[in-house]
Design a protein around this ligand. Structure first.
Ligand code: PLP
Length: 387
C-alpha cells in the first residue's frame, strides 16, 4: 500500500512513545505513579451517567441525530457560558458540537488555511495544533512562551511581516503544559493584534473550569470584539471527567462555526443522542460537581508542592489546569530527566521537549493521582538526591 503524501507530513505522536515506556515498566511489575498523561483519573459524576442510562432507552436517540446536533445541547452550552462568563451566544449560529475539543482544533486549520498559509502556534503547546496545520498543508510559526513573560506570547516580538502573513493563531489558557493563566488585559491585546493583522484567534479553553485560590479563569469570549476575530473551544472532558465521552464545542464567530459544521457534515453525523442528552444534564444541572473537582485538584496541588518543598525542589505553584510545570535540575535535558524519573523513581512525567523547543528545561506533572500518591511521587524523586 502506498500512503498519500500527507501521511508523511503528520507529526509523530509523541505521547504514544511515552505510554509505551510507562507500559514497559508496569509490565515488568513496577509500581509506576503515572503522572505523564492528561487523563482525568476520577469517574464521571453519577447524575450524568444516570442521564445517559435513561436516554439510552429513548428510541429517538437510536436514529441518526440531526447533522449538527440537537438544539437542546447547543442551548445548554449557551446557558453555561451565560451563567459562568456572562457571554451571550446564539445557539443556532454561534455553537458547533464536536467530538471532543480535539476534532475542532484539528478541523479549524483545514477550513481556514490554504497550503503555505501561516499559523501562529504556542511553543510549548498542545501537540494537536500541529496536526491540524499539517493536514491543511500550512506552515507553523512558533510563539515562544517564556517564564519571563508569564508564559504568554509576546506580540511585540512578532515582526510586522510575520504578523501580516499569519492567518490563524492558537492560544490556550489555563495552559497545557505550563499551567499559566491569562489576564483579561492579555486578551484585550490579542483582539487588537488579531484585528490589526487579520488573524483568526482560536482560544483553547479545555481547562477553563479549573482555576485555583478562588481565581476563575477568563473566557476569551468575555473580551469586547472577541467574536469578530475568533472562536473558543470548550470540552466536557476535563470539567466533568468525561474524556471518554468525546463531547466538545466550538463557540463564537458565526462564519467560522458555519465552516466547521459544513466540514463536519461531510465527515460525520453528530454524536449519539444519548450522549448529547447526558451532556445537556452536565451543563444545566447543579455545578457542585465542578466545584468539588476544582477543590480536589487544588488539594492535590498543595499536597504535591508541600512535599516538593520538603525535598528542596523549588517550582512555581500552578494557578489553574491540572498540570505543574517543573524546571529540570542542572545537567539534565527534559527527556533524560523524565527517563531517570521513570527508571529510578518509577514516576512517569512528560518531558517538556514533547511540547516544542521552548518546553526544553521542564517536565510536566499531572495532578492525576490522589494526594498520597502525589506525596509518594515527590518522596521518590527526593530519594534520587538531586535537590
Ligand atoms: N486542548 C488541550 C490543551 C488539551 O490538553 C486537551 C486534552 O488533553 C484537549 C484540547 C482536547 O480534549 P478533548 O478532545 O478531550 O476535548
Amino acid at each position: 500500500i502506498k500512503p498519500a503524501e500527507i501521511m508523511n507530513h503528520l507529526p509523530t505522536q509523541f505521547f504514544a512513545t511515552l505510554v509505551q515506556n510507562v507500559n514497559r515498566e508496569i509490565m515488568a511489575g513496577h509500581d509506576v505513579i503515572n503522572l505523564g498523561q492528561g487523563n482525568p483519573d476520577t469517574p464521571t459524576p453519577k447524575h450524568i451517567v444516570s442521564s445517559l442510562q435513561e436516554a439510552a432507552e429513548n428510541p429517538l436517540y437510536h436514529k441518526y441525530s440531526p447533522f449538527s446536533g440537537f438544539p437542546f445541547l447547543k442551548e445548554a452550552i449557551a446557558h453555561r457560558y451565560k451563567e459562568d462568563y456572562g457571554v451571550e451566544l446564539d445557539p443556532e449560529t454561534e455553537v458547533a458540537i464536536l467530538f471532543g475539543g480535539k476534532t475542532g482544533l484539528v478541523e479549524l486549520p483545514q477550513v481556514l488555511l490554504n497550503p503555505g498559509d501561516v499559523c501562529l502556534v504556542p511553543d510549548p503547546g498542545y501537540p494537536d495544533y500541529w496536526s491540524g496545520v499539517a493536514l491543511a498543508k500550512a506552515e507553523m510559526s512558533f510563539m515562544p512562551l517564556l517564564a519571563s513573560n508569564g508564559f504568554l506570547p509576546d506580540y511585540s516580538a512578532i515582526s510586522e511581516q510575520d504578523a501580516n502573513k499569519a492567518k490563524l493563531m492558537f492560544l490556550n489558557y489555563p495552559n497545557n503544559p505550563t499551567a499559566a493563566i491569562a489576564p483579561s488585559s492579555f486578551y484585550e491585546d490579542t483582539v487588537e493584534f488579531a484585528a490589526k493583522n487579520g488573524i483568526v484567534v482560536a482560544s483553547d479553553f479545555a481547562y477553563g473550569a479549573i482555576g485555583f485560590d478562588g481565581h476563575r479563569p477568563i473566557s476569551f469570549l468575555e473580551t469586547p470584539g472577541a467574536k469578530e476575530v475568533g472562536v473558543e473551544f470548550y470540552t466536557l472532558s476535563k470539567t466533568y471527567n468525561m474524556a471518554g465521552w468525546r463531547v466538545g464545542f466550538a463557540l463564537g464567530n458565526a462564519e467560522i462555526i458555519r465552516l466547521i459544521n459544513q466540514l463536519q457534515d461531510h465527515m460525520y453525523v453528530s454524536l449519539f443522542g444519548g450522549i448529547q442528552a447526558a451532556a445537556q444534564t452536565a451543563l444545566t444541572s447543579s455545578q457542585h460537581c465542578v466545584t468539588e473537582l476544582v477543590a480536589r485538584y487544588e488539594s492535590r496541588r498543595d499536597a504535591l508542592f508541600s512535599e516538593l518543598g520538603n525535598i528542596g525542589y523549588n517550582a512555581n505553584k500552578p494557578g489553574g489546569s491540572f498540570f505543574s510545570w517543573l524546571p529540570v535540575p542542572k545537567g539534565y535535558t527534559s527527556a533524560s530527566f523524565a527517563d531517570l524519573l521513570l527508571r529510578e523513581a518509577k514516576v512517569a512525567v512528560a518531558p517538556g521537549i514533547g511540547f516544542g523547543q521552548h518546553g526544553e528545561g521542564y517536565v510536566r506533572i499531572g495532578l492525576l493521582s490522589d494526594e498520597e500518591r502525589l506525596r509518594e511521587a515527590a518522596r521518590r524523586i527526593g530519594k534520587l538526591g538531586l535537590f
